[in-house]
Design a protein around this ligand. Structure first.
Ligand SMILES: [Zn+2]
Ligand SMILES: [Zn+2]
Length: 680
């Protein structure tokens, strides 16, 4: 990208520019200083660099926007806020943050609250980032030309996530409050942050406090990196950039950033937009990076062909090959994605898994980052987000992640069908699918989206994930719409119409972003309009209800057969604790199973099953000798006692699913299948 000219600035603040933003910008946040906060003086803050001159010139463009803007000005006067991020001791894993707030000439302002969010967008579990904050201090800094010595300000922690700083009543005009703290980060993740001897990779939500009631104000960020470490993120527009401006705190934290000496950058251009593939490999690449870039280009071409060219000038795939066997994530952002693979690019299935994640994350450019449920932006970070729409935002994205890989020629038909079958199996084999709907799964995201649980839960038996559930709804809805309209419309049209209505054409509902969020009923209405018939019964049964989706009917629309086969001829309903090899300890009992009815429980040892010594390795072979209805004697050890238990073998509960071509498919069905698979 180029230095901010009129076009760029308009784009940046197409995310709304309100009156207060304009005033804020005009007051000169755009300085190009790169100094440690301790050395920042009022004079330095006012140095007019070439960059700031350009920036101020460009504000003339924004003035036109201001006249057109209809966004209401908040009662809270905006503050000038700048963040300074340093990392002088990488091996300590401590980021050092200073937040500089220029104090307004307002004697009634006697304190400011600074808050760490409890969670961050895209990962809905509550992680309480404040737990890693330490050494919070504050002082007031003098304005330029004044020689004054000020004592440290009083900082009081007032709750688990908030620090209150008292402000001197008799202060000079132009004084600033400097809040500083350290924050620990040693997780390479789409949500957390990592600072170590190799790199700094941060997600702003777990690093930057916001100024309470001023999250909407524009912010600047200055990064002081170790020598020879280079900074890159989805808002980088020039080499060696360390200074960034954001329209608000939310967008700053939407910009994950990598800082290290050895990342690589490959790029390609589509529709005049530049796509960067920034890779930090912590393992061998096996010469696969050029092919990866070419395949990412195919994915971008395919997804932009469905949606139309995106509104940004550039986008960054920020990819880590962690090579540690456990760091794994994918996180969507407005102009970037953070992808972390646990392996090395040159090894195992890492290459394929990277493309799978990228196809999903890039689809989020539209679905969830811009077209979004009403609750997803701006956010309240004092409590978890509750939305019914994650089956759309994540589940339908999961469906398109797979479909787009097929359309891009990365997945064969067989592999695409296999991916769909696996998702269907995830849902249909789960006892939770009879208890929890797609909408309810979305609402309990804070419990199931990688949430840590110190207390044992029964969620494995009572919940489903909105990822596979939304994917199964997505594919069935897509194929039924294609069938109802004889191939004239599809879920592609539903998604595009949603994007148009709620993002492109809606007035801005908040400071955060263009357009407004949708309600669950909106999706049902638009899907019905596209299908040409009322789909309320479908949504009642399969989205708000827990009925099994009409898979046979859906796949038949495109000349495919949906095949369901038992995984085993009988069911017992137990899984083995694989850590125990020479005896059989029950890891889990399925609630609707013979084992549950027979009174077996977790941690029971089954020593004999029908007279055979049971071990994890012979479970399948042992139970397969029986048929449903057979009564089998077990010898069970529980808490030092031996129990004799009779179990009645059950009908199969677990199934394998398969999607295959129907040799008798009509020409119309085959034509619709080709359109579905090829996106024509
Ligand atoms: Zn890195
Ligand atoms: Zn996602």
């Amino acid at each position: 990208m180029q230095a901010p000219g009129c076009q760029t600035l308009l784009q940046m603040y197409a995310e709304p520019i309100s009156g207060r933003h304009w005033l804020q910008l005009r007051s000169g946040l755009a300085d190009g200083i790169n100094a440690r906060p301790n050395h920042v003086t009022g004079h330095q803050r006012r140095i007019m660099t070439d960059k700031s001159r350009n920036y101020l010139r460009s504000l003339a463009c924004a003035a036109c926007l201001l006249l057109l803007s209809s966004v209401a000005v908040s009662a809270q006067a905006p503050l000038r806020i700048k963040y300074w991020l340093a990392m002088p001791h990488p091996t300590s894993h401590l980021f050092e943050v200073t937040i500089e707030v220029e104090l307004p000439d307002n004697p009634s302002l006697t304190s400011l609250d600074f808050q760490m969010p409890k969670w961050s967008p895209g990962r809905y579990a509550v992680f309480d980032f404040a737990k890693n904050v330490q050494e919070v201090k504050a002082r007031e800094a003098c304005p330029a030309g004044l020689d004054c010595t000020l004592p440290d300000s009083q900082v009081t922690r007032i709750d688990d996530q908030t620090w209150r700083v008292d402000i001197a009543k008799n202060r000079h005009a132009g004084m600033s409050l400097m809040l500083s703290y350290k924050v620990f980060g040693n997780d390479l993740s789409g949500t957390f942050s990592q600072l170590d001897s190799r790199h700094a990779n941060f997600n702003g939500g777990c690093v930057f406090m916001y100024v309470a009631n001023h999250k909407q104000d524009p912010v600047a960020l200055s990064i002081n990196a170790p020598q020879d470490w280079r900074v890159v993120n989805g808002r980088t527009d020039r080499k060696d950039q360390t200074e960034f401006q954001f329209p608000n705190w939310d967008v700053m934290t939407d910009t994950p950033t990598e800082i290290s000496p050895d990342w690589t950058d490959d790029s390609f251009t589509i529709d005049g937009k530049t796509y960067h593939v920034v890779v930090h490999s912590l393992g061998a690449e096996g010469g696969k990076r050029p092919a990866l870039v070419r395949d990412l280009e195919k994915i971008v071409r395919t997804e932009t062909a469905m949606w139309g060219p995106p509104e940004f000038d550039s986008y960054t795939f920020l990819i880590h090959f962690a090579n540690d066997g456990h760091s794994s994530d994918g996180m969507e952002h407005l102009t970037s994605t953070q992808i972390i693979q646990p392996g090395a690019l040159g090894e195992g299935n890492t290459y394929e898994e990277t493309l799978d994640t990228a196809a999903h994350e890039f689809f989020h450019v539209w679905n969830v980052k811009r077209l979004r449920p009403a609750e997803l932006g701006p956010w309240d970070f004092t409590r978890p987000a509750n939305t019914r729409g994650l089956w759309i935002a994540e589940g339908i994205t999961n469906y398109y992640g797979h479909l787009m890989q097929r359309r891009a020629g990365i997945l064969s038909d067989a592999k695409f069908f296999s991916a769909l079958s696996e998702q269907i199996g995830d849902i249909e084999n789960s006892p939770g699918s009879k208890l929890m709907s797609a909408e309810e799964s979305s609402l309990v995201a804070p419990f199931i989206d990688d949430a840590p649980h110190a207390q044992q839960t029964n969620l494995g038996n009572t919940s489903i994930s909105y990822y596979p559930k939304g994917e199964t709804i997505g594919v069935v809805l897509d194929l039924l719409i294609r069938g109802k309209t004889h191939g004239k419309a599809s879920l592609d049209d539903v998604m595009r119409r949603m994007f148009e209505e709620f993002y492109l054409k809606s007035p801005n509902a908040s400071y955060y972003l263009r357009g407004r969020g949708y309600e669950p009923g909106d999706f049902q209405r638009v899907a019905s309009e596209v299908a040409g018939e009322d789909l309320s019964d479908f949504f009642k049964r399969y989205v708000r209800g827990v009925e099994t989706l009409p898979y046979n009917q859906a796949f038949a629309q495109v000349g495919l057969r949906f095949v369901r086969e038992p995984r085993a001829p009988v069911t017992v309903g137990i899984t083995a604790d694989e850590a125990v090899k020479t005896s059989f300890r029950i890891a889990d009992v399925r609630p609707d199973s013979p084992a549950s009815r027979a009174g077996l429980q977790q941690d029971d040892f089954i020593s004999l099953f029908g007279g055979v010594k049971l071990m994890p390795a012979n479970l399948t072979r042992t139970v397969s000798r029986y048929k449903p209805g057979d009564r089998v004697p077990l010898v069970v050890e529980r808490e030092g006692k031996t129990l004799n238990v009779m179990i009645t073998m059950g009908e199969p509960l677990l199934f394998n699913y398969r999607i295959e071509e129907d040799g008798n498919a009509s020409v119309e069905a085959k034509t619709m299948r080709a359109a579905w698979l090829n996106g024509k």
